[in-house]
Write a protein that binds this ligand. Structure first.
Ligand SMILES: NC(=O)c1ccc[n+]([C@@H]2O[C@H](COP(=O)([O-])OP(=O)(O)OC[C@H]3O[C@@H](n4cnc5c(N)ncnc54)[C@H](O)[C@@H]3O)[C@@H](O)[C@H]2O)c1
Length: 243
């Protein structure tokens, strides 16, 4: 399949690209080039005409872009709404217009607040109120609306702390390794890139309306249910750290 990977030059894109390029033709659409060799279109994910052009010939869209944090609250809010919400809408519109039948939307378990000490089935209404969590919720709503409005299928994956296999059990999004624990001291394991890629590959094939899946590599604290992913995507974490 030919995948258009929007935002594929970022942290999650770098985790995914080696696995995706092994099986599929991948075109990264991003403002900056990816570190992993892949076809690259320089573009702004809020530019509808650029998205329309990039979408031609694609079989599936993966939306993996994220608004950058900015200390200036006005800039940060504009980035978050522009990339986490508006670009999702425009990318799905461009997909629809170009006959791309399916999209995978990369979301986050951060659509919920107080994650570490909370048990979640994934069916609870999202309740985060911070800018990131709120705009990720809105991005998911855009996917649901697009599926109803335009008839394409969208599979939403709520990721939890994706990390390189070599860095596991630390999460390294900000460079420094971070290890998460519940307040009673239980390790909460991140999601290894190999498991993340397996979830994305399954999500590319799962095509039914607009469904949301919680993707967590944690098998230690077990706060968050992956039953739906296990049942419908046939996915569960398989990563085992070297002995
Ligand atoms: N990093 C994590 O731990 C984590 C956890 C859960 C979910 N997620 C989700 O994964 C996705 C990717 O996150 P990430 O950590 O890789 O972010 P990132 O900031 O590392 O990468 C985002 C990419 O999007 C690109 N981008 C941003 N705005 C753009 C625009 N207007 N036009 C074109 N490209 C643009 C950036 O250049 C960058 O390459 C997001 O949807 C995020 O919510 C990430």
């Amino acid at each position: 399949m030919r995948i258009l990977l929007i935002g594929g030059a970022g942290y999650v894109g770098a985790l995914l690209l080696p696995y995706l390029t092994r099986r599929h033709e991948v075109v990264v659409f991003d403002r900056k080039p990816p570190d992993t060799p892949a076809e690259h279109i320089v573009g702004d994910a809020t530019d509808l005409s650029a998205l329309r052009g990039a979408m031609k010939g694609a079989d599936v869209l993966i939306h993996c872009a994220m608004g950058a944090d900015d200390l200036d609250p006005a800039v940060g809010a504009a980035q978050a709404y522009d990339v986490n919400v508006k670009s999702v809408h425009l990318a799905l519109l461009a997909a629809h217009e170009n006959g791309v039948p399916h999209a995978v939307h990369i979301s986050s378990l951060s659509v919920y607040r107080d994650l570490l000490d909370r048990t979640l089935s994934g069916e609870e209404p999202p309740d985060a109120t911070d800018l990131y969590g709120l705009t990720k919720q809105l991005g998911e709503q855009v996917c649901h609306a697009a599926a109803r409005e335009w008839g394409l299928t969208v599979t939403i994956l709520r990721l939890t702390w994706p990390t390189a296999d070599a860095d596991w059990p630390a999460w390294t999004r900000w460079g420094e390794p971070i290890v998460h624990h519940t307040s009673d001291g239980v390790l909460v394991e991140p999601t290894a890139a190999s498991d993340l890629a397996a979830a994305v590959l399954s999500a590319m094939d799962y095509r039914s309306g607009c469904e949301t899946f919680l993707v967590s590599g944690d098998t230690s604290a077990r706060r968050w249910s992956i039953d739906k992913a296990r049942r419908l995507l046939g996915w569960e974490p398989k990563f085992e750290p070297p002995a």
